[in-house]
Design a protein around this ligand. Sequence first.
Ligand code: GLA
Length: 375
Amino acid sequence: MHLARFHAEPSVFVAPGRVNLIGEHTDYAEGFVMPVAINFATLAGISPRTDGKIVIYSENFGEEKTFDAASLPAKGSKDWSDYPVGVAVILAGEGNKIPGFSLSLWGDVPLGSGLSSSAALEVATMLAVTSLIGVTYPGPVLARLCQRVENEFVGANCGIMDQFISANGKKDHALLLDCRDLSFRLAPIPANVALVIANTMVKHSVAGGDYPTRRRESEAACAVIASHRQNVPFLRDATLEDLEKWGSEMAPKSLMRARHVISEDLRTVAASEALLKGDMAEVGRLMAEAHTSYSKDFEGSCVEADTMVELAQDIPGLIGARLTGGGFGGCTINLVEQSQAPAFAKTLAERYTAKTGIVPEIHICHASDGAHQLK
Ligand code: GLA
């Protein structure tokens, strides 16, 4: 496709989407998350140009956009091209000279479903452009640059989780990330456990209203604690006892948001310990608790996602189920015994359609490697 359109053989890079097993809305509070890179990904093919233009073709949108490498826009324009152009802009801001190039993009991460299609797009483009200009960034640095594309160019106030796992994931493993210093630990996912991802078909968006509102509410709780106690710049540094002491000074919603974030950090670290020990029952129990906290205290779920989690409970093979990602729609993650996964997926889909009238997309996925060059 790239060759036919641009008459040049591309170098090709791939970056995966992700599913988060546990640790929701903790990343921007410098806490813990435990995502997995999945076998849905974005491919980016790149070749140099001599006319100083950046020409980007998206196979998914069937559209081509052209920019001048010497005068890139300062801000995004609410278009799919914001993600690849933002990569060039952030790299230029880091002092790199950005040459002209042709970039073709294709992906199968479902859009707007909370599986980080945008992070996959940023990371694939980042690898492609840095390789073209001959710069190499370590995985964690590359992830930070991609997060800055979202924060500074696209205008979405997300944390580091999605870009980090897309850049640094490992096949057959979950990654426990400390979002403060970006140190991480890999925990194997047992071979007899499947990741069953169930799309509620309710669209999710990070830039949209609710994500930033929740973030602000939880940060307001942190500010109350910080007014009493030193060294609490983020909820990562707060405890449940702090909420008992000073919760009455917080807006009730802020208190609830903070209770979710603080308890979620504890659950996420505990879940990684359990996964390392192969104690899947405990991982499942913590996922169930995490869903309740996300739904009730953080109010980050929606009727459809709660229904999808509820309907999974007594299907044979279930280890744990919860809404994954930024919330208000998107997908649930179900850890399921591998041998039962196809029957589980079928039953869940039937039940969900019967209950909601919506036909869900259900995928049996596996943990995949982070971004790399294909050819
Ligand atoms: C989205 C954001 C992440 C993270 C999650 C919630 O995926 O991009 O940074 O905040 O929501 O855990």
